[in-house]
Design a protein around this ligand. Structure first.
Ligand code: ADP
Length: 248
């Protein structure tokens, strides 16, 4: 049963590595425009779930559908990126020796499929788009500065901006606030909520203050499947979640 109104539909997904079940019948549905937080102890399968969605790992069993109809288990990583699934890994990977603006320009050109270069003439629409992204990721005032001069948190925002330049329909974000200042962490919750107004976002985080700030539906994974799902108050008072994760 494929959910027609879902951006992401994982049904009974399992995958083993050397006989160890990293995902054990995991089912998760993300709605259009939803911002979902994923929590859970180390080894719960969060990264493996992201790997399955982006085609880096193939499931042994189960269904993975994008936009209700596209079977992601039949696509490779490049196809899936092209379909509009963007992924931000934990460590920022911006071009340090380029300006903030040029990083975004390179990302925009990458989407167009032209060899990443700064010698491609930007249309006025492209410039407007870059300005809009700069605003979204709070970097308008740093536009002409080298990415190397940004704080760790600002680099994370710049990389989110670079992904936005590719116009993803679904954005997967891995531990964005690790290493951020408190102020940056608070701002990141606001920023992700804004981004989720025009696309779906799945964010994996350990920072419970941040998760609470997000104020969205939370899924707690453990041992490769869903332990609890619902509001942060519901999930954080679940006895199994306390035993397997919060109480540790
Ligand atoms: P999390 O991101 O929640 O910490 P992971 O998805 O990274 O969890 O890992 C789930 C389990 O699967 C862990 O026990 C991990 O050691 C194992 N695992 C993940 N990827 C591989 C792999 N490529 N080869 C072998 N074991 C793996």
């Amino acid at each position: 049963d494929i959910k027609p109104n879902s951006v992401l539909y994982l049904n009974n997904v399992s995958v083993s590595f050397d006989g160890f079940k990293a995902l054990n019948s995991l089912s998760i549905v993300i709605e259009p425009g939803e911002l979902r937080a994923i929590i859970g102890p180390n080894g719960a399968g969060k990264t493996t779930m992201m790997d399955i969605i982006t085609g880096k790992t193939r499931p042994d069993e189960g269904e993975v559908y994008f936009n209700g109809e596209i079977d992601l288990t039949k696509k490779d990583e490049a196809d899936i990126a092209q379909l509009g699934i963007g992924r931000k890994f934990q460590k920022p990977t911006v071009f340090e020796s380029h300006t903030v603006w040029d990083n975004l320009e390179l990302a925009l050109n990458r989407k167009r499929g032209v060899f990443p270069t700064l010698f491609y003439r930007l249309s006025s629409d492209d410039k407007a788009r870059i300005e809009e992204i700069l605003k979204t990721v709070r970097l308008t005032h740093r536009s002409d500065e080298l990415a190397a001069s940004l704080s760790h948190g600002q680099k994370q925002w710049l990389e989110i901006g670079m992904l936005l330049a590719q116009e993803p329909k679904l954005l997967l974000v891995d531990e964005p606030v690790a290493g951020m200042t408190d102020a940056e962490t608070v701002e990141t919750a606001i920023l992700l909520r804004e981004i989720a107004k025009t696309r779906s976002v799945v964010v994996v985080e350990h920072d419970m203050g941040f998760i609470r700030d997000l104020g969205v539906k939370v899924t707690c994974l453990a041992e490769g499947c869903v332990l609890a799902e619902g509001s942060i108050d519901f999930v954080s008072s679940d006895a199994k979640v306390i035993e397997n994760y919060l109480g540790r």
